[in-house]
Design a protein around this ligand. Sequence first.
Ligand SMILES: [Zn+2]
Length: 389
Amino acid sequence: MTTMSYSALTHLECSRCGTEHKAEQVQGTCSCGSPLLARYDLELVAATTGPASIAARQPDLWRYHELLPVGGEHSVVSLGEGMTPLLPMARIGASLGVPGLMMKDEGLIPTGTFKARGAAVGVSRAAELGVAGIAMPTNGNAGAAWATYAARAGLASLIAMPVAAPAITRAESVAAGAELYLVDGLIGDAAALVSAALADRPGYQDVATLREPYRIEGKKTMGLEIAEQLGWRLPDVIVYPTGGGVGIIGIYKALLELREIGWEPWPDARTVAFGITVPKALGDFLVLDALYATRGTAVAVDDDALLADQREVARLEGCLICPEGAACFTAVRQLRETGWLSPRDTVIVLNTGTGLKYPDTVPAEARVIAPGGTIPRPGRVPQAGGGRG
Ligand SMILES: [Zn+2]
């Protein structure tokens, strides 16, 4: 009988030119400049494990270890990430005209954002391959997550982020012992700083978005979890906020692998993506592949609309979500209005992080009452804060 090792990883393959690269050593991008994708022996996975054995495992993303790149359980660097809840969103769903709306809530993961998935898998693999430190430019949350997992792994971390990045992400990075620099510019400026600094830091790996192959593998687990949580099928539509695009590339990769393994009977989910703050993503063509191949679409969402929906989701569902997650609800609203979404569709939106990281996005006005004063009678309470009428 064939026995299965912890990972079924076989090699890396260039996403553009197809060249094979060894997975046993530290790798960046292909010589053609494109991202590398991890490839697995999927026949072996199909022959040696299945949904029933996975169901008996720990409720974290390492339950899919055959489809992850880490070679042994002893190399796993974990803070308990993964298996976030898939919540029915009945009230906001009814209000948007999509009663089958659900939300995968990544706000409950370590570090408070989905970035922990890529960091957990990327850092685990980097440490396993003998990297001394990780270095990256970031818009904030990814840097905080990678610094946190680097600390957990005993690795050094060098992080550069725009001054405008959320302040809490600076605090998280510093608390985790990162060497942190702020740049009065955009993430591209931070990237230039990091690239230049790497020349003087042997043993450090550049882990910027899609510059190493394993962050995608961590993000992929969102797709695997969605399939498992729906009983190994997929929703009609997945709505995902795209920055560097790693999440949607990863989810799409999960769907392709599940189809090949044969665990997933209806691999026909459409995907919806929209840009957040990355002007030119290295994996643009991979995001477009995922959208075209799934008959998906991309929409633009404006800030005022998404902030209104952030408050609406909190008011109707009790979920304080991040602005990117709120943008997914605004996208659903727009796609229902144009008829692209039907009322019969099962739709999953990805909330990529907790709203607690963005306290300034929610106005919190309340009356101050002096000690000994009284609370107004019902019906005479002045309205505080926003909301849609
Ligand atoms: Zn190539």
